[in-house]
Design a protein around this ligand. Structure first.
Ligand code: PRP
Length: 212
């Protein structure tokens, strides 16, 4: 019987790009393009079963083996540190994690820096390396509001085009780390379905190499 790989795809814009790469790699699934509310799509012949999940949940599905492989942003992998194999940088979903503040912000190193973020661990690690005392204010969205309303001095957040910052009179102070989408695998699946996973990974790798 052919091995079927369970693949967790991140819902949204990034997911569409990821799906296109998997299709080009030889793992199409026509039913996924029919508009309905279904969440799971299978192509037995190609040996794939796709399902859409919230981008920030992909790593959980893969870590716990509900998915054999998946695609997650490096931001999620750094923040949650899931116990998975990171197989490949897909070179899409590129953006950066950055510190940003109001355009007129001047840092006073003698004061504890108030940092608003959804990525508490990334922010804590970043400032710990600098030996800087910070007070983390964990938010779940609309992070850019924090410095505007003086809830924080700076934010640590994803910057893609820079439009959100610009439209709110904020600017990047420094880059924390570049981010892109990564192919990840469950550790047990990598052992038991290794051949099938390696075949997909190799094919995706060729696509990333062709575009760089
Ligand atoms: C992300 C991020 C920024 C924005 C950056 O938010 O938190 O707000 O995108 O993109 P830009 O540089 O192209 O403007 P997202 O849309 O994911 O929603 P969120 O507020 O829930 O984080």
């Amino acid at each position: 019987m052919k091995t079927v790989l369970n693949v967790a795809l991140p819902k949204g814009r990034l997911g569409e790009k990821v799906l296109a790469m998997f299709e080009k790699a030889g793992y199409p699934c026509p039913s996924i393009h029919e508009s309905n509310r279904k969440l799971i799509f299978e192509n037995e012949e190609c040996g794939v079963r796709y399902f859409w999940v919230k981008p920030s949940d992909v790593a959980i599905y893969v870590e716990r083996g509900a998915a054999d492989i998946g695609v997650a942003g490096k931001d999620i992998l750094l923040e949650y540190g899931p116990d998975v194999y990171e197989l490949l940088d897909l070179d899409i979903g590129k953006c950066r994690m950055a510190v940003a503040a109001k355009n007129d912000f001047r840092d006073d190193p003698r004061r504890t820096l108030r940092v608003a973020t959804k990525f508490s661990r990334i922010a804590a690690d970043f400032y710990a390396k600098k030996g800087r005392d910070i007070d983390i204010i964990h938010l779940n969205g609309s992070i850019e509001l924090a410095p505007i309303l003086d809830l924080s001095d700076v934010i640590v957040d994803i910057v893609e085009t820079g439009t959100t910052l610009k439209e709110n009179d904020l600017s990047v102070v420094e880059t924390v780390v570049p981010i892109s989408a990564r192919l990840i695998a469950n550790k047990a699946s990598y052992k038991f379905k290794g051949e099938a996973i390696a075949a997909i990974a190799e094919n995706l790798k060729q696509q990333t190499e062709a575009t760089t």
